[in-house]
Design a protein around this ligand. Structure first.
Ligand SMILES: Cc1ncc(COP(=O)(O)O)c(C=O)c1O
Length: 413
């Protein structure tokens, strides 16, 4: 009982790092393999642990905290909205939701938005949109969703079926049917695969979880052409690469290819749970009242946070910063990779979405742990890649300092 009461909000300050770890180990379903650190505060690009040590954060809540931690504009928007109205449901109109839909449409040039609470839900909405779009056109056989090798679209059943990777799918059969896979980047295969049974092609313009693999713009262009010719929707999953991370407000703007729909989540509300499906004219009205919904989607507090994030992002040209500082980070990482050829390989990425290949997959986790001891927060993706997705407000000096800490970690290995 004593231990439990120390975990209540009132008792939090009394619990030591070890006590908190023990509570989680005992009472959480063990779905996560946590690193041994307890962060209690964040400021900009830094996190602070329970012992007061400061870390440079190159994970940013997994590509989430675009404006860093505790950004004053976002904090103020959350506080003001929380003090005004937290939740009403989707039975009623909403000021923050109306403005956020307007902003997303203005910035994307697409037509309408649907709000949910996470990336996987945004992709579920996209999959349902694609099927209903074909159905409404009377094409009831057009049901297949084609996704890519290496893709990651989320953990709920539709998104999981769209994620052709045994690491995520094993043990969860039967998965929903109507999903097919093709090789990311292979135009000839796309030409074969996309046909009149294809409801949509769903693709990450920069694959994140597979270890940071940017698409060739010509490949996305070819998908656009094939989908248009053959009556399928082209849907971009920009959950990880969107919203400024690769240097443009929407990732598709970087690649110069306009999809029929885009899914967003992660960075949108700078840390509050939100997801969005933004749809172009072609399919904007395919989902009608009753076709889809969620209790919390478009939650006023999350939408207010998102509006504050987008306003700052535009005012301060945060995507431009991601582009410039991303180039510095890329160059620095290439230098380090060249200095440690036995450990590190190719450096891949765009803007502030960078990855470094780890030659021996088993060492990726060890590097992450050594970096943490040097007060640098990074993580691994795809089993053999160090991933760098810091806040988009990172400075060039912070990028260099982060890489210096990585070098110290590597030197100790
Ligand atoms: C490209 C992509 N899509 C979807 C998701 C799932 O998002 P969420 O974890 O919010 O459900 C992720 C998460 O990493 C992602 O990177």
């Amino acid at each position: 009982m004593d231990t439990l009461s120390s975990a209540t909000p009132a008792g939090l300050a009394l619990a030591s790092t070890e006590q908190i770890m023990e509570l989680e180990r005992r009472y959480l379903v063990p779905t996560y393999r946590r690193l041994p650190v307890l962060f209690v505060r964040g400021e900009g690009c830094e996190l602070v642990d329970a012992e007061g040590r400061r870390y440079l954060d190159f994970v940013a809540g997994i590509a989430v905290c675009a404006l860093g931690h505790a950004h004053p504009a976002v904090t103020a928007a959350i506080a003001a909205q929380a003090a005004t109205l937290v939740h009403t449901s989707n039975l009623y109109y909403s000021v923050p939701g109306a403005h956020l839909a307007t902003e997303l449409v203005r910035r994307s040039g697409l037509a309408r938005a649907f709000f949910c609470n996470s990336g996987t839900e945004a992709n579920e909405a996209a999959i349902k949109l694609a099927r209903k779009h074909a159905f409404r056109k009377g094409e009831t056989e057009r049901t297949t969703i084609i996704t890519m090798n290496g893709a990651f679209h989320g953990r709920t059943f539709g998104s999981l079926a769209a994620t052709p990777n045994p690491k995520y799918q094993e043990g969860f059969a039967p998965l929903p049917g109507g999903f097919a896979t093709m090789e990311f980047g292979n135009v000839a295969q796309a030409r074969e695969a996309i046909d009149d049974s294809t409801a949509a092609v769903l693709v990450e313009p920069v694959q994140g979880e597979s270890g940071i693999h940017p698409a060739d713009p010509a490949y996305l262009g070819a998908l656009r052409e094939l989908c248009s010719q053959r009556g399928a929707l082209l849907i971009f999953d920009e959950v990880q690469c969107g919203l400024g991370r690769i240097g443009t407000p929407f990732a598709f703007q970087y690649f110069g290819v306009v999809p029929d729909a885009v899914t967003l989540a992660k960075g949108l509300a700078n840390g509050l749970p939100i997801g969005a499906l933004v749809v172009g004219e072609t399919a904007a009205e395919s989902l009608q009242p009753g076709d889809h919904g969620t209790t919390f989607g478009g939650n006023p507090v999350a939408c207010a946070a998102a509006l504050a994030h987008l306003a700052v992002s535009e005012r301060d040209d945060v995507p431009g910063n991601a582009r410039r500082v991303g180039a510095v980070l890329h160059e620095e990482l290439e230098r380090v990779a060249a200095a440690y050829p036995a450990l590190l390989g190719e450096v891949r990425g765009v803007g502030l979405m960078q990855g470094v290949q780890v030659k021996e997959p088993a060492t990726a986790r060890a590097i992450v742990e050594a970096a943490l001891e040097e007060h640098l927060v990074v993580n691994d993706a795809g089993g053999n890649t160090l991933r760098f997705v810091p806040p988009l407000i990172l400075t060039a000096e912070q990028a260099r300092e982060g890489v210096r800490r990585l070098e110290r970690a590597l030197a100790r290995m």
